[in-house]
Ligand binder design. Structure first.
Ligand code: SAM
Length: 318
């Protein structure tokens, strides 16, 4: 009888996925990892009870994590990916011919090894590319210590729990800012704004206190159950957010980036148009950053992990 594997991230509801075959399961030095096959989603990776990716829809998140920052930049050469051991973001980054070196800093080697073994279609040849430089380390220490400077830093972390919690803190984002070249771009995954508005709000407030421009954007990732998924972008370069669809189309053609299944020039521009409930969170966070100056790490991490509490039922008697 097939096993059913539960996603245990949401406190008041669960998603269960049928595991027609468990390909690999281990408690690594850093987290619980399970890779299994599901008739609908294909091969699925779960870390600490949270669905990270499936081979059926990974293109959505990976294309939007890589091409929004890189297409917005005129000539990205040096890219740093924090996390991302599955190789999906790396695959997309290396589609840009101007990229001379892509450093991937992943804390858990097991994620990389099992990706190459059990879902090789995701990294493809990215780990063998001569431009790729893999560092097995905590991303937080890496950005705090590196002398390198990057055109783009892409934080492909898990949710703010376990080894990933440090990748959602003010100190980490401050060190990312330090490791960026002038006008460079920082992008991070930012959770599900409908269920975890404080995650989007917390990161936006920190970004607003560190950078001149902050712009969250959304994508629809089917296996991240709970509505549109947020990514957050920060930069000091005003041009990065002013690139129009026509110019993006020219860049895509000139760079020979083909065969994309989600990112298009219009999807890129449209992704920054937030629904009102999310825009309100962002506006409040930017106001707060303005009013309070900089929130502390504790504020961001704890706020980020706090799921929205349903409003108490309205009393019927007027
Ligand atoms: N797309 C997924 C999401 O949004 O939940 C993330 C996918 S990716 C597999 C997340 C990666 O971040 C994992 O491989 C994990 O090992 C890595 N990671 C977690 N904490 C880290 C840290 N402190 N430094 C570097 N990598 C880390």
């Amino acid at each position: 009888m097939d096993r059913w594997i539960e996603e245990t991230f949401h406190p008041h509801w669960r998603v269960r996925l049928e595991a027609s075959r468990v390909l690999h399961e281990v408690k690594t030095e850093h987290q619980h990892l399970v890779i299994f096959e599901n008739p609908t989603w294909g091969t699925v990776l779960m870390l600490d009870g949270v669905c990270q990716l499936t081979t059926s829809d990974e293109f959505v998140y990976h294309e939007m994590m890589a091409h929004v920052p890189l297409m917005a930049l005129e000539r990205p050469k040096r890219v740093l990916i924090i996390g991302g051991g599955d190789g999906g973001v790396l695959r997309e980054v290396l589609k840009h011919p101007s990229v001379v070196r892509a450093t991937l800093c992943e804390i858990d080697r097991t994620v990389i090894d099992t990706a190459r073994q059990h879902y090789p279609s995701i990294p493809g040849a990215a780990f063998e590319d001569p431009r790729t430089d893999v560092v097995i380390a905590d991303g937080c220490s890496y950005v705090a210590e590196t002398d390198e400077r990057f055109d783009a830093i892409i934080v492909d972390s898990s949710e703010p729990i376990g080894p990933s919690a440090v990748l959602h803190t003010r100190e980490f984002f401050q060190d990312c800012r330090r490791a960026l070249k002038r006008g460079g771009v920082l992008v991070t995954q930012n959770g599900l704004p409908f269920l975890f508005p404080a995650h989007l709000g917390g990161t936006t407030a920190v970004f607003a206190s560190l950078f001149k421009r902050v712009a969250p954007y959304l994508c629809t990732q089917p296996c991240y159950f709970g509505g549109p998924f947020a990514l957050n972008l920060a930069t000091d370069d005003k041009h990065v957010l002013k690139v129009e669809a026509k110019q993006l189309a020219k860049r895509q053609k000139k760079r020979g980036v083909r065969g994309l299944k989600y990112w298009t020039p219009h999807v890129h521009v449209g992704a920054f148009a937030l629904p009102a409930y999310a825009q309100r969170v962002v506006d409040a966070a930017i106001d707060e950053a303005g009013a309070q100056g900089t929130p502390s790490a504790g504020d961001v991490a704890s706020a980020a992990a706090a799921p929205v509490e349903a409003a108490p039922p309205k009393s019927t008697d007027a």
